[in-house]
Design a protein around this ligand. Structure first.
Ligand SMILES: Cc1cc2nc3c(=O)[nH]c(=O)nc-3n(C[C@H](O)[C@H](O)[C@H](O)COP(=O)(O)O)c2cc1C
Ligand SMILES: [Fe+2]
Ligand SMILES: [Fe+2]
Length: 393
């Protein structure tokens, strides 16, 4: 029986599938778990390990490596990214393999010393374009900073045209081995992009243009399936990093007694009628990964929140904060709100969204449940929003 973990002549996948994990960064839900992909590259003379695994899986990584080689014979550990889901196990490997050298970027070196106690003299810093000879196999390092931490880089195995990109091109799912076998690859990758890469999409675009002329047969990220037909994910990343938006509106709202909800419902009806692609999320029970995914290419955002204690509902504060932090390419927003006496939510929404590139086209603040006149205002605002969305591809 063949072993699919041998992904090319000299590369073995020695990673771990974490089916049980349900949260990442204490923030992002993982409906399908995730994987920590670590790769062993065997040259004629030297052996390198590219990235490691999450805390708790050290033993499994060791066992996986030992199937093909010996942990003790590792010459190099390549750290493309210092976050603990890929780098935590570096500490125990460096401790148990005295001859191993850690290879990373300049910023990565500092992080390895601070976070994983790797002694400075055991770290070799690589610059953009540097190469490492493993004997018949060459690793080339490509600076790709801020994807999504400052120290990130890619590693390219020249002879086998394999690009190791760590988080970039990844997806949080334990399912599948090759991406062409995974039915929901693009939605999962898009969700991951929205959560992790969207705030850095300009730098993502820069990294893409840097690898444009590289001959790539395999993209091996550190989460989710491996891309042995990389065109699909490259095309998707081109669009997502460029911030290409569609005639699409994401609606995020919360309502305690349904007044805001009625306003939102009418707005949604109008937008659907006008042919917009509308994605609606009640913040009370939404998965923020789904919201991040839809933010990747929505051209407008509708925010609905009642006034609570002089400001927005706390869930709407959370939702708006996330939108701000994720820096989606959306161009327009409108706010819908209901209040009981003094209001205050709209003012806070405007404050929160100021300083972003999102233009607030209008806000409707209603005392109690909406009246016929309020519905007319909502229809007008919806028409205005549709007009803007249409004129601005
Ligand atoms: C816990 C709570 C706090 C509220 N605080 C305010 C407030 O500070 N100012 C105000 O004008 N209305 C306040 N209201 C009234 C709501 O904004 C009002 O009932 C609104 O119509 C609710 O909209 P909804 O049906 O979409 O939940 C509060 C209501 C609740 C339940
Ligand atoms: Fe990361
Ligand atoms: Fe990661």
């Amino acid at each position: 029986m063949g072993d699919i973990t041998k992904i090319s002549e000299s590369v073995y996948w020695v990673g771990v599938k974490d089916w049980d994990r349900r949260m990442f960064d204490a923030l992002i839900p993982l409906p399908q778990g995730t994987s920590y992909n670590s790769y062993l590259v065997q040259g004629n003379e030297k052996t390198a390990l590219i990235d490691t695994v999450n805390p708790g899986f050290e033993e499994q990584l060791r066992q996986n490596i030992n199937r093909y080689s010996k942990v003790d014979s590792l010459d190099y550990v390549i750290m493309n990214h210092a976050e603990p889901d890929h780098a935590f196990t570096i500490q125990s490997i460096m401790n148990s393999v005295p001859k191993a050298t850690l290879i990373t970027s300049e910023k990565g070196a500092k992080m390895a010393m601070v976070q994983y106690d790797v002694p400075e003299e055991r770290i070799k810093i690589v610059q953009d374009g540097d190469t490492l000879d493993l004997g018949g196999k060459t690793l080339k390092f490509i600076a790709a900073p801020w994807l999504h931490w400052p120290e990130t880089m890619f590693t390219y195995l020249v002879e086998e045209k394999t690009l190791f990109t760590c988080d970039f091109f990844g997806s949080h799912t334990a399912a599948g081995f090759y991406s062409d076998e995974v039915e929901d690859l693009i939605p999962m990758a898009k969700r991951y992009f929205g959560e992790i890469m969207m705030p850095f999409r300009k730098l993502g675009a820069k990294a893409l243009s840097k690898i444009e002329d590289l001959d790539i047969e395999i993209i091996a990220p550190s989460h989710g399936p491996i891309h042995r037909n990389p065109e699909l994910i490259l095309e998707a990343y081109k669009k997502w990093t460029a911030g290409e938006t569609l005639e699409k509106v994401i609606v995020v709202y919360v309502s305690m007694w349904n007044s805001t909800r009625k306003m939102v419902d009418r707005m949604v009806q109008e937008l659907v009628r006008a042919g917009m692609d509308v994605k609606v999320f009640n913040l009370e029970n939404s998965d923020i990964g789904d919201i991040a995914r839809e933010l990747v290419d929505s051209r407008a955002i509708v925010l609905g929140t009642p006034t609570v204690l002089g400001g927005m509902h706390p869930l709407a504060v959370y939702g708006t904060y996330l939108v701000k932090a994720l820096k989606p390419p959306a161009k327009y927003a409108v706010a819908l709100s209901s209040y009981g006496w003094g209001g205050g939510s709209i003012k806070q929404a405007q404050e929160m969204l100021s300083g972003t590139k999102i233009e607030i086209l209008g806000a409707i603040d209603v005392n109690g449940p909406p009246t016929d006149k309020d519905y007319q205002d909502i229809e007008k605002l919806s028409a205005e929003l549709v007009g803007k969305i249409r004129e601005n591809p």
